[in-house]
Write a protein that binds this ligand. Sequence first.
Ligand code: AMP
Length: 397
Amino acid sequence: MLNKKSVDDINVKGKKVLCRCDFNVPLIDGKITDENRLVAALPTIKKLIADGGRVILCSHLGKPKGEPKPELSLAPVAVRLSELLDQEVKFVPSDVVVDDSVKAAVDAMKDGEVILLQNTRYRAEETKNGEAFSKELASLCDVFVNDAFGTAHRAHCSNVGVTQFVDTAVVGYLMQKEIDFLGNAVNNPERPFVAILGGAKVSSKISVIENLIDKVDTLIIGGGMSYTFCKAKGGSVGKSLLEEDYCEYALNMLKKADEKGVKLLLPVDNVIADDFSNDANSKVVNAGEIPEGWEGLDIGPETAKIFAAAVKDAKTVVWNGPMGCFEMPNFAKGTEAVAKALAETDAVTIIGGGDSAAAVNQLGYGDKMTHISTGGGASLEFLEGKELPGVAAANDK
Ligand code: AMP
């Protein structure tokens, strides 16, 4: 059970609070094209302001590779945050992120004021968790708050190194929510507990399968990775996505599920196409009966019904990875059927970040889910049962 101190457990009145956020937003010509991450950071920032902290925000943005890149400046974020918070967020840009001018700006802050530092990845040491930059960041503050779940699976100066040089390091509300759902709900789920895994490859989900198979009552496998399981069972998969090297692994997993009494559901039918294109000829066939020259791009309607029935009576459902090539409308029906089933169940529904989160939002079911993770890689590592350095670095309760 992860029990980390949060912003609710500290008193920040009059204190300098360095708050690591995930402001890694998409920018086109200096314009923010998706501000979800800014909005997600607001509850913690507002709490720190309301409690009278002197709030110093920091984040990375893109990959400037350790040097100043004007197109990856956080300047547009300061402007938009000021609007969202309805108070000035003063941008204190320095090409080295922390220097005397930044220190002077921090020293001049009053309670409840907010400043934003420059992109932490302007410094090469950031991604190497270097000591000097970690100390510089720590020297700015009395208290450190980490609310950047998207980078929690990385040990960098601004989320891990800095904590070695401050007495108090806690998590923000966004991090707390991710810990509660991805960590605690998965490790201590209300049953029946159903996991749905999809996406392109078995190889990238092995650790997730291995971790979850010990915990779930039902494991559903769809998407590109299901064809390796199908082939392993002796089926014909045509030119579908296949990882021959993992067929034996797939058989072992089927055996393991059987031994543990875990129900492992695979597609019974597929939507197949004669080309990897939305306009390809397509038809529905039984799983394992895909002709040469055709490829499976979605689960079929019978499978969608079976998968939906499996989540209907669940109490906890975790979903990671689409059921097919949902980016092409003609092959999005299976993913949509699963999203709809999750939207309709009374279960706690937890969506891993990345593609599944994008699919749920794109299909309009976002607000029907209990929790949609904000971190792609980080949520996957959580589901693998790994300890995330950014979470581990916060003080225990
Ligand atoms: P992942 O990053 O492993 O979760 O994979 C997500 C990607 O898998 C999405 O871009 C889907 O289009 C793709 N995908 C899902 N099912 C299939 C399939 N049957 N054939 C090819 N690609 C697929």
